[in-house]
Structure formats: C-alpha cells, structure tokens
Design a protein. Structure first.
Length: 1119
C-alpha cells in the first residue's frame, strides 16, 4: 500500500464516522440524550469558528509575530464574557424574526429590504471565498507534508482540485438534505461538536508533545528565554487591536457563525454552558499554541511555520500523533466547509437566485408546490460553484500568502456588516438607504485595499501605516460608517424602516411597563378594551373572577387598579402578543394614541402569531388519516388537507380558499353518479345543514367501491367542519367477521345438536345400565332369599354363606348405583324437584333405615327432632343424609351417631355427628375426592364415593357440607338450608320388622322382561305361600284367574314401560289390583310413573324383607 494512501483512507474513514454521527443524531434515542446536553453541544458547536487557520495558522503567526496570534481568540472571548447581553439580544431577535442567515437578519432590520439581503450575500460570498480557499490550501499542504510521495502522482494544483472536489461532495451530502433552513439540524450540530472535541484533543496532544520535547531536548531556562523572546507585550499594537475587533465581529457576522449561533440555537438567549463553554475552549486553544511555537522555534528552526503542528510530531517519530494532527486539521476544514456551505448556499439561493429567476414561477400555486426539489438542486450546484471559485482563488493568490493572511482578509470582509449591525441595534434613525450606501462603499474599499492585492501584491494604492491590514480595515470601515450615517440622516425613513426599528431597537424600551396607574382611568376603559378583543362574555367572566380574587366590585365608574390592568394585559396578550398588549395598555393609561410604528408592529406580531397558529393547524390536519374540509359562515372553503383532495380526486384548481363549498359538492355528487336532475336539490339540502349548524353523520359508497363515513359538526364560532373517514377496511372486516360468526354459530348449533344427541344417548345408556346391570343383581338376591327359605335355619354354615352372598350383592349394588349417580351428577342431568317437607319425618325415615344396622354394631343412633320444614328436592336431600349416616355408622365401632337440626337465623343447620376415629386435619380436603378411604380397617365396607356424591348433591341444592373433626374424638358434618313455613302433615308407611305377612294362596302376577329376575321373584313368592305366576310381557299374562296383586317391572321389551302396560292389563282383567312397580331406576320419571298408576315403587335389587312387608300390607292380611 502506498504511503500517501494511508492519510486518504484515514480521512475517508473519519468522514464516514462523521456521517454516521450526523445520521444517529436525528434518531429518537440520541435526540433525547442530545436534548438533555443541548447547551454543552451548542457551546462546542460554536468552535466551528476554529478552522485550519486556528489549527495551523495560529502556530505560524505565533512563531513569526508572537502575541499577534492572540487577537483571533481574544475577540470572541471578550465578546462572550463581557458582552453576553448583546450576543443574547442578537440571538433573541434572530429567533423572533425567524432569520435564516445574517443576510436575512440585516434585511429584516432595514425594512426587510431585498437589496440589503442581496448586498450582504454578495459581500459574504466574496469574504468567504478567501476563507474557503484557506481550507483547501491547508488540507493540501498537510497532505503533502504527511505524504510527500503524493507529489509524484499529482501536481500541487491537482491536489488542491482533488481536495476541493472531495470537500464539495462532502458538503453536498452533509448539508443539503433539508429545504427548511430554520429547522434544527441536530445531527449536523452533534457532528460539529464531535469535530470540536477532535480538534481540541489533537492540538492538545501536540502541545503535550511539545512540552515533553522542550523538557527533554532543551533546558527549562532556554525554553523560558525563547518564549520571552517570541512573545512580548510590545507586540500589542494597532494590528493587535484591529484583529481583536475583527474577530469579535466575525463571531457574529461570519455566515457559518451566525448560522450556528442563531439558526441552530434551541434557546432564545445564552444560558449556562452556552455562554462560557466556547470562551473556555478558545482559552485552551490559546494555551496549546504557546509550547508548540516555542518548540518549533528551538527544535525546528527554519521549518514551515504553518505546518509546524504536523511536522513537529512527524520529525520526532510520533507518526500516530502526526496522523491525529492531520485529522484535527481535516476536522477544522470540513466543519468550516459544511456550515459555510449550508449558510451561503441558502443565502445565495434565497436572496440572489430566487428573486432573479424564480419570482414569476413562485407566484403560481402549481409551480410553487414543485419548487422544493429545484431549490435543493440549486443549493447543491451553489456549493459546487463555491468550492470551484475557492480553488481558482488558491491558484490565483500569491504563493507567499500565509493561512493567517487569508483568514484576516476574510475577517475584514465580513466586518463590513458591523456598522449596520451595531448601529441597527442601537440607532432608530438607521435606515435601508444608509445601510446600502455603507455596504457599497465599505465593500469597494475592502476589495481595492485588501482583496485585490492578494493577486497583485504591489497594487495597494493607499496606506495609513506600515500594516496593509490595519490600513485597509480602518479605511473600509471608516467609509462604510460615514456613508451609513450620512445617508441615514439625509434620506427619508420609510414606514417599514420605522416599524422594524421598533422590533430591533425599541424591543424593550419602546413599550415601558405601565407601572402604577397614576391618572383617573375607569374600570369601563379596560372593560371596553377587553371586549374589543375577547368579547363581552369572556370579559364578564374575567371581571367576576377578579371580583372574587380581590373583593372589589369593579363597577364601570370605579377607578381601575393594577390588578385589573394586569388581567387585561394577560387576556389581550394571548390575542396580539405581549409587546402589542403593553402598547395598548400604555395608551389607555396615558390617554394618548398609539404611534403608527407601534400599530404596524402590533399587526406584524399578530400576523406572525396567526401564521404560526395557521401553520400548526395545517400540520395537525395534514397528519390525521381522515379527510378534512372547513367552511366559513358563508359556506366558502377556508381549510382542508391533502387527504380530502385525494379521497375525491379533486382538481387542484377547484380546491382554493374562498371557493364556495357548493362547487365541491356538485363535483363530488357527479363523481358519485347522482342523477343530474337531483344534484341541485341534494346540494341545497346539504347547504341547509351547514347554515343550520346541524350535526350529521352518514356513510357513502363511492363508485370505486370505497365506503366513506361522513361526519359534520358545526364550528364553535361559526362555520362547519366535515371529516371523511375511509371505513372500507372496517366494513370488509365486519362482513368477514359476520360471516365468521355465522359460520361459527352454525358449527355451534351443530355441536350443540351433537351434544344433545350424545346427552340423550348417555341418558338412555344410564337408564339401560340402571335397568340391565341391576337386573342380574336383583335376580341373584331373590334367588338367594328363596334358597335361604328352602334351607333349614339349623344349617348354620349354609345360612352364613347365603348371608355373605347377600352382602356381596348389596355391595355390588351400592357400587353400581354410586357410579351411576356420579355420572348423572357430573352430566348435570339430575333435575331438582323442590317440595316442602318436615325435617323430622326425613330424620325418622333415616332412623328406620339405619336403626337395625346401628344396633347390630352396638352404635346408639340418636335423632334430634327440630320441628322445622325446608323446601328442596326430598330425594336428593335424603340421599345426602343417607351417605353421611352410612359413613358415620360404618366408621363408628362404639359410641353414638347424632342426626338433628338447629335453627341458625333464617336457616337450619343439619348435623350428622359421630364418635368415630376422627379425620386428621391434613386429610380434610381429600375426603370429598372419589375413591378416597382413610380408614383401611373399614375399607372393604365402603367404596370411597359417598362423600364425593354428597359434595355434588349439596352443590345442586345450593349448599355446602362443612366438616370438623378431631382424631380420637369424632367428626361433625353439617350443612345449612333455608327454613320455610310448615305445610300439610305427611304420613309414610314404615317398612320393616313386624309388617303384615302375605296370605297363603293369594294370586300374584309377576311381569319382568328379564327371565332370571322373573323366575327369582316367582320362586321367592311361592316360598312365602303365594300363588305366584310369571310373564315376560303383559300379553303373556294368564287370564284364567284375576291376580290379587301385580309386581310389574318398569322397563319391558319393545320400549314398553310399566305405566303404559297397565291399560293392557286392565283390559284383560277388567280392573287393576294393587301394583308394585319394581324398577332399577331411582329417577323422577319412575316416581311420576308410579304416581300415575297409583303403584308403590320399589327399587331393585329389592330387599326381600321390605318386599314381604309391602306385599303383606297391600294384601291386608296379618301374619
């Protein structure tokens, strides 16, 4: 790799880094960080003032002229530290006037004169060319100094041309992406601030190296002596003072400095680090120059002074530091080129090219919309032209001219703005005639005395002293100031000049604070003034609020006070601005008319506020998705957004301020293909809506299928606002959603139908299971009972086996019924049939059922009557008690089991308590789970389903079973039910021991489709001495003798049920005897069937003892 290519590649990489920083500077995350540190970034960005002249030329000046290097830094330091108010005033006025450049600022001061702007731009252009040439020369010189081999490939002029082309491309890419020059370019400012830090680090590093070399290569005494010889107070002369003044003016008048100071400022005055960071930066640069100059004088005598910053580290072998110094100088040049290019291209475009070549085009609204891209292209071409002229300037200028010399000439050129700036901010008589005359005279003098001699050094015609710069500066500024004052005094000041003088010179003084009210101003004066601006209603509200605040009455004849004055000023300020409001208040207090200048200034300020508000309104409505149109009281279009135009494809010539809205309505209706003969009527109807201020909402389908929602609302102060929302996507989505809902509804209906069918199938299965599965158990129990009747009671072993068979059948029956109950309960197919009944009767029923079992175990079963009634499903309620008592009796080996109830407010607490083994606390939550048995001792006696059934039934009955238990003491189960008023007393036949026995020889007909069950019950009845006959279907019943009793199964063949079979039997026998409905289904259906035919329902597998007692009772024969 060639040695000369390394600096080029490093510079390219550094440029890419700056581009990345600028790009990231506009990102949201970086922007938030930059906003928090905006003052520091602003202070550093002002260091764009430090160009390659500062970086290289200052050391060269210090080496040759000592302290004369100092004025370039001293001027800005003095201005910012001792005159910060003046700088802040420039910033504040520039922000208020929305100035985009120094030309725009000075033009605004002098009646917004286009001639002033053009002259300032021309002078700034001629003044900037030497400065830009300085940057090209410094970069090319440092490149040659760093890589001498490059001259073998490129001539010196070609190197300058290459640098100029690179700088032009850099400036075009970096600085012409935005059309609005007042828009803050945060990315660029951040990049310039980074460049400032790079310059400071690079020059500081070279200064540290110089200090190190002085301490190591020379004695301290020698170094101090050489410093004393180099820098002397005798060097503070006329040139020193002149340069200090020029530098102070340059920091305000240079286009790039004005751009950074005013245009890019995010605050309207200098605060905090905005004021002191830039002077501190310059102080550090000043200090860094001294050791480098002394080291060059001692260690490198005869070296090129302007290149000492680069050659010092290079000579002593610090190549990396030399590369850093090159980057520092490159930063200084690129920063200046970028900002100057942005500022000057904007000035040339706005103040020279636009007025000359685009004036007619800008008057046409259609062309005005397309001029933006053209302006950006013009600015880019301007930048290229500036760099081209700067290149020719370098070629034509004297080779002996130093970097500092070029910079000083540029400073003297922009100093021609100083008289107009200083006098324009302090002298009201200053006008545009004086400004133009002064600028022309000073510019010509500067060209003749300073700029032209650069090309022909021996042509300087006039000298005041030995120093050409001092002579040229004093003469040119003297001519400028003299002509300025002379023409301002002798020419007539125009109204626009006087108005702008108020805005610039009398900004604070022209509108003094009214202070205390000294004359007899009445409340009525202020009331009438407020009514002119805010109306009667708001004025009345303000006076009422003031009365509450101060306690005064504020009648019209009362004398006004300071509180009323302040309130009036606040309200008017919101309309016309604070300065205009102060002028009106002052006029009211002093009884004098407001001057013409103040009146115009008021209108100018108010106009700015209205334009700003209109701009915000336009931005707001442009950034919403709806189309918007606004009409005034006369139904004329006053505002709209581009979305409105796009929605209806409106011609541009049709959409303009003041256009009757009727024209647009007719166009829209024709687009919507309204019948031509109805359009006028439809337009009239809509205009009537607008006149009445009626709110309306509708939806329209356009010819292309789009659907618009039209919403109209009256404006608060007259007029009408209509919004148009494209709801096509919403309607399509709604239709798709409706179709989806319909599809899902159909699927849901089908699913529900399938579920209902499955439920019916399950119900049929449960019914069949209840019948078919229980039938064998019923037959087995009947056969076992008949066999027991056959076997002699003395044969104990056989009786014991039969008892075990019976218990096994009962266990299987309980298991089957429990499983079926769980299935029915989980399927929510158990209907709750409420009835009112006495708890005491239910308790007695439970006692009868469990008394024998309890006595057999030696357990005392205690029933505690309560005399209360409840209303619920009796069967489900009894089932809960049965399961709870079953567990209590089963798990209590000795002791008591209590059943009872106790009133608790409007409810009764039903209790089943036992003295069994108790339940551990950690197991209380498990006992209600299926197949859970905690006591292994009694495991064979239960199934672990009882409490699971209890929990489900309790939930169906609207209650909850609560358990309390203590191991070794017992368990206490309870639940609560609402108490109701007593009903009719119920009587139930108690079935059990001591019931009537069936009479011998009575005919009993047994009908059951299950052959085994039928044979079993017939065999059992015959053992009891009854004349029992069996049949599997009612049609098969023998007719030879009418039966005294019928035992009828519920589920028969061919879908026939017991209640349906009764008419057949009645037809056979003429009448029906008592009937026992024997069924495996303990359901509401079988219960209703038994009630219908007047039968007694008995659940399979039937207990032989209960069956025997019931038959005996029905045949009414005592044993």
């Amino acid at each position: 790799m060639s040695s000369w290519s390394i600096p080029v590649m490093v510079a390219a990489a550094y440029a890419a880094l700056l581009f990345w920083i600028a790009h990231m500077g506009d990102r949201i995350a970086i922007t938030h960080w930059a906003r928090r540190h905006s003052r520091a970034i602003f202070g550093l960005s002002l260091a764009v003032y430090c160009t390659s002249w500062t970086f290289y030329g200052a050391v060269g000046t210090a080496l040759g002229a000592g302290l004369r290097y100092l004025p370039i830094y001293l001027g800005p330091i003095v201005l910012f530290l001792f005159f910060p108010g003046f700088v802040s005033r420039v910033v504040e006025i520039g922000k208020t006037q929305h100035s985009t450049s120094i030309a725009d600022f000075l033009s605004a001061r002098y009646g917004k004169s286009a001639w002033v702007a053009a002259l300032v731009t021309l002078i700034a252009l001629f003044g900037a060319l030497p400065y830009m040439a300085l940057q090209l020369k410094s970069v090319s010189q440092t490149l040659v100094a760093l890589s001498p081999d490059i001259t073998r490939y490129l001539h010196a002029d070609e190197i300058v041309m290459a640098v100029a082309g690179t700088m032009a491309a850099f400036a075009v890419l970096f600085g012409t992406g935005r059309l609005d020059l007042t828009q803050h370019n945060r990315g660029m400012v951040l990049a310039i601030a980074v460049e400032a830090m790079v310059k400071l680090v690079a020059l500081g590093s070279v200064a540290l190296l110089a200090t190190y070399l002085l301490l190591s290569e020379a004695t301290l005494e020698t170094s101090l002596q050489r410093a004393g010889d180099t820098f002397s107070f005798a060097q503070i002369d006329a040139r020193f003072v002149t340069l200090t003044f020029l530098a102070a003016m340059a920091v305000l008048c240079l286009p790039r400095q004005f751009h950074m100071l005013v245009v890019e400022a995010q605050e309207d005055r200098l605060r905090g680090s905005m004021r002191w960071l830039f002077p501190l930066y310059l102080v550090i640069i000043c200090a860094a120059v001294v050791p480098v100059a002394v080291a060059g004088s001692l260690l490198m005598p005869g070296s090129q002074a302007d290149m000492l910053v680069l050659s010092l580290p290079q000579t002593f072998g610090f190549d990396l530091l030399a590369m850093l110094a090159f980057i520092g100088g490159f930063s200084a040049s690129t920063g200046m080129i970028i900002v100057t290019s942005i500022a000057l291209s904007g000035m040339i475009t706005n103040d020279l090219i636009l007025p000359l070549f685009f004036r007619d085009r800008l008057r046409q609204s259609v062309d005005r919309q397309n001029v933006g891209p053209v302006l950006i292209m013009v600015r880019r071409l301007t930048i290229i032209g500036l760099l081209a002229f700067a290149y020719f300037y370098v070629r034509a200028a004297s080779e002996s001219l130093s970097l500092a010399g070029l910079g000083e000439i540029a400073f003297a050129g922009v100093a021609q703005f100083a008289p107009g700036l200083l006098l324009g901010l302090s002298w009201r008589r200053a006008n545009r005639a004086g400004m133009i005359a002064g600028l022309l005279g000073g510019f010509v003098a500067w060209m003749v005395l300073l700029a032209f001699p650069v090309f022909v050094p021996e042509s300087l015609p006039v000298l005041i002293g030995d120093d050409a710069l001092v002579s040229g500066t004093i003469i040119s500024l003297g001519i400028n100031t003299a002509l300025f004052v002379l023409f301002s005094l002798t020419s007539e000041t125009s109204l626009s000049d006087r108005v702008q003088a108020v805005a610039f010179v009398d900004r604070q003084a022209a509108l003094p604070d009214p202070g205390d009210i000294s004359r007899e101003v009445k409340v009525a004066d202020f009331r009438l003034l407020m009514e002119q601006f805010v109306g009667e209603e708001r004025t009345r509200e303000a006076l009422n609020a003031l009365r509450l605040e101060t306690g005064r009455n504020y009648r019209d004849a009362d004398r006004a006070d300071a509180a009323l004055r302040n309130a009036c000023e606040r309200m008017i300020s919101a309309i016309i601005g604070s300065s205009s409001a102060k002028a009106l208040i002052q006029s009211t207090l002093e009884g004098e008319s407001v001057s013409l200048e103040h009146v115009v200034a008021m209108f100018d300020e108010t106009t700015q506020r209205l334009q700003f508000g209109a701009g915000l309104l336009q931005i707001a409505i442009e950034n919403i998705d709806q189309g918007i149109s606004v009409v005034d009281n006369e139904q004329r279009l006053v505002a709209w957004n581009s979305r409105y135009v796009e929605m209806f494809d409106l011609p541009e010539e049709l959409v303009e301020v003041g256009r009757p809205i009727a024209d647009l309505l007719r166009f829209n209706m024709r687009s919507l293909r309204f019948p031509e003969d109805t359009i006028d009527a439809e337009v009239s109807k809509r205009l009537e809506y607008l006149r009445q201020g009626s709110r309306h909402s509708t939806e329209r389908v356009l010819s292309d299928g789009r659907i618009l929602r039209v919403l109209g609302n009256p404006a608060p102060n007259g007029g009408y606002v209509t919004s148009y929302t494209d709801v096509t996507a919403d309607r399509v989505a709604e239709q798709a959603l409706e179709a989806k809902v319909y599809e899902r509804t159909e699927q849901l209906v089908q699913s529900n139908a399938a579920l209902e069918a499955a439920t019916r199938s399950k119900t049929r299965f449960l019914a069949a299971a209840s019948h078919d599965l229980v039938q064998p158990l019923n037959a087995a129990r009947l056969f076992a009972s008949a066999l027991s009747e056959e076997i002699d009671t003395e044969r104990g072993r056989e009786q014991q086996l039969l008892g075990q068979i019976d218990r096994s059948i009962r266990t299987a029956d309980r298991l089957l019924r429990a499983l079926l109950d769980i299935s029915r309960l989980d399927g929510s197919k158990v209907d709750v049939a409420k009835s009112r009944f006495s708890l005491d009767l239910a308790f007695a029923e439970i006692r009868n059922e469990f008394e024998v079992q309890a006595e057999a175990k030696g357990v005392e079963l205690i029933v505690q009557p309560c005399g209360l009634w409840i209303e619920t499903d009796r069967g489900l309620f009894v089932s809960v008690l049965q399961n709870l008592v079953t567990n209590a009796v089963r798990y209590t080996d000795a002791g008591k089991v209590l059943i009872g109830g106790k009133r608790r407010g409007g409810k009764v607490q039903i209790v089943v308590a036992d003295q069994g083994p108790g339940i551990p606390q950690q197991d209380l939550g498990r006992i209600f789970e299926e197949f859970t048995q905690l006591d292994r001792k009694h495991e064979s006696e239960g199934l672990g389903l009882g409490l699971a059934i209890v929990k489900r039934i309790a939930a169906m009955l609207g209650t909850q079973v609560v358990v309390e238990s203590e191991p070794g003491v017992g368990s206490f189960f309870s639940f609560r039910m609402p108490v109701v008023e007593p009903g009719e007393v119920q009587t139930r036949v108690e079935e059990g021991r001591g019931q009537a026995m069936p009479a011998s020889g009575a005919r009993v007909l047994c009908i059951d489709n299950d052959r085994a069950s039928c044979e079993g019950i017939v065999a059992l009845l015959q053992r009891w001495g009854l004349d029992a006959v069996g049949a599997h279907h009612p049609d098969e019943a023998p007719t030879d003798c009418a039966p005294s009793l019928i035992v009828l199964d519920y589920r028969l063949d061919d879908g026939l049920t017991g209640d349906n079979a009764c008419p057949v039997l009645e037809e056979k026998f003429g009448s029906l005897p008592p009937i026992i409905l024997l069924t495996a289904e303990e359901t509401e259906e079988t219960k209703l069937a038994a009630q219908t035919i007047g039968a007694h329902r008995l659940i399979k597998p039937a207990s032989p003892a209960i069956l025997r007692a019931l038959i005996g009772s029905l045949l009414r024969i005592e044993a």
